[in-house]
Design a protein around this ligand. Structure first.
Ligand code: AMP
Length: 314
């Protein structure tokens, strides 16, 4: 899940981001927290940002864009993230689009926490008191004077992002004036709906891929069928055979040639066989002629004996 939480100072972005971290196991990327850490460590970026932050102004775009770009590359951001306090200007939003494109990451949603400005001063005062009660250092910019300036820069530089993301159909607005639990529940419902849409979209995409695979398989199958038909012989192959089928008819032609050769051989064999038969027949005829002649000779001998006997009696 990759989200942006959008809202003026004191709208509850930090509180909701922490709940999302616990629920979804994704990281909270707060440019405010990163800049405060840089100020505390007195890094070159921290030294540059310190005065600007204390006065309620915005740190230059290139600084925060650089910080976010590095942070997105870290392994814990691979699972998903919530951007809290970034982007804060249209150039930052455009830079983020580029970064995500380069890193092949897709933004799921921008959740705007909409609150009445009149309630913000009270909220920021409560936050400062609670921080003090925990024994932690109160933020230098959590004062009524600085808050007025921060609200002014939100109106002029950050509020245009509402149109920016609504034009890109990424914006989802939640009533940030509700009790914390209700805001959390509303965000949960939004995220559940997004996951549902995503799941349906990936199901549809998978079905499309499978259907595509089937079509390819069917095409391959028809080619196979054509090849089989071609193998059965040129006569049975479809007249308008596809290219592979036409190619496949070559072996069939070869086979026809060899069949013709075999037939010739068998005809030859037939001729040879009939020659032999004729010879046998001739022999048989000759034999029978011989036997008949011998019989005739025997009969002639018998007749001659009978005639001699009759003559002797006479
Ligand atoms: P935050 O904790 O988000 O209220 O931020 C505290 C302060 O850090 C802001 O008033 C700005 O001075 C600075 N800051 C945080 N995020 C940005 C940003 N994206 N662009 C410019 N300045 C920022």
């Amino acid at each position: 899940m990759r989200l942006i939480l959008l809202g003026p100072p004191g709208s509850g972005k930090g509180t909701q981001a922490q709940r999302l971290v616990q629920r979804y196991g994704i990281v909270q990327l707060s440019t405010g927290d990163m800049l405060r850490a840089a100020v505390a460590a007195q890094t070159p970026v921290g030294i540059k940002a310190q005065g600007i932050m204390a006065s309620g102004g915005l740190v230059p775009d290139e600084i925060v864009i650089g910080i976010i770009s590095d942070r997105l590359d870290q392994p814990d951001a691979a699972n998903g993230f919530i951007l809290d306090g970034f982007p804060r200007t249209v150039p930052q939003a455009e830079a983020l689009d580029e970064l995500l494109k380069k890193k092949q990451m897709r933004l799921d949603a921008v959740i705007e926490l909409r609150v009445n400005e009149s309630a913000l001063l009270q909220r920021v005062e409560t936050r400062a008191a609670e921080t003090q009660a925990r024994g932690e250092a109160v933020r230098a910019d959590d004062t009524p004077e600085v808050l007025t300036k921060r609200l002014a820069s939100y109106r002029s530089q950050t509020a245009p992002l509402i149109h920016y993301y609504s034009d890109r159909r990424k914006l989802l607005t939640v009533d940030g004036m509700m009790p914390i639990e209700h805001v959390t529940a509303a965000i949960d419902r939004i995220l559940a709906a997004i996951s549902d849409v995503d799941a349906k979209a990936s199901k549809a995409a998978a079905a499309k891929r499978i259907a595509k695979g089937f079509n390819k398989g069917a095409k391959k199958g028809s080619n196979k069928a054509a090849k089989k038909a071609a193998k059965r012989g040129a006569k049975t192959a479809p007249r308008k055979a596809s290219k592979p089928a036409a190619k496949a008819s070559k072996p069939a032609a070869k086979r026809t040639k060899s069949t013709a050769k075999a037939a010739k051989t068998s005809r030859k064999a037939g001729k040879t066989a009939s020659k032999g038969a004729k010879r046998t027949a001739r022999k048989a005829v000759a034999g029978s002629r011989g036997r008949a002649a011998a019989k005739t000779r025997k009969t002639a001998k018998k007749t001659a004996k009978k005639v001699t006997k009759k003559r002797a009696k006479a």
